[in-house]
Design a protein around this ligand. Sequence first.
Ligand SMILES: [Zn+2]
Length: 325
Amino acid sequence: MINDKYTNLNDGIYCIDARYICPGNACCYLIVEDNEIAIIETGTVFTVEGIEEALHHLSLNKEMVRYIIPTHVHLDHAGGAGVLMQKYTNAQLVIHPRGAKHMINPDKLVAGSKAVYGEKKFRELYGEVVPVPEYRMLTMQDRDKIYLKKRILEFRHTPGHAEHHFCIWDQVSQGWFSGDTFGISYEKLGGKQNRFIFPTTSPVQFDPDKLLGSIDLIMKYKPKQIFLTHFSVIKEPAKQAKILREQIESYRKIAIELRFSSNREKKIFNAIKVMTISNIVSKLPCCDIKKVENLLELDFKLNAQGIDIWISKQNEKNKKISTGK
Ligand SMILES: [Zn+2]
């Protein structure tokens, strides 16, 4: 059935646009197994309506929602959690142990996001962030599993983008719900078939070694597909992992080269922009460069901020080592 509410990705998996920034930017997923539902990623409070419409269209009841699972607590992934938990009263929130306190009290998360976007933009993007009561949470240690009827979902901790990030392995689809660990690949860049992937290193916990380790962990499972939050499913994970790794290494090199520069964040921004655009042009020679630049402007900005914070921490560490403090 053709509809504009969700995309059916088979194996009981449905992709719903999160209505974040613009269509095609972020999504969440339903996994439906024999009348039990898990919602992976919540998007923001503005995503909730789309989830309700999709459930209605699929003739699913709200009582069937068992689990609501943000991959990490950044607000494009978890901002709608509080409101969803109010609507789906049978559900438990499944969260990384390091993220739980931010769901119980989102003040720090909100303040961090306001520091990046400013008050007005924050309201536009995220609206209200509602806390989740602690007694409705399940925290997942590395390798923990939950069951959706007989369907197993396994949680693996995947630091690198954020310390409070896990990915979810679904045996049925042989796929990962990767949150931000396996990067970003917008369908509107090259179309569904011709995907270009790049890492997301947004502030404040980006760590290249940990991110590379997490990508290796993902690939150990020999996945057939990866369900990205930004945006939807990608195939050929091995090929994409190689491209991701190369770019993370380049990001690190750029940061190290610029580590003592003045105006460093701006220079990192320019360097990753030039590198990424030239990668895109070599893979998608017909693309409209101006359009691509506009589409990726915010991602370049966030990535540059995250890389800049990481290299500051490295400089700080090296200073302590050299002064013996
Ligand atoms: Zn994200």
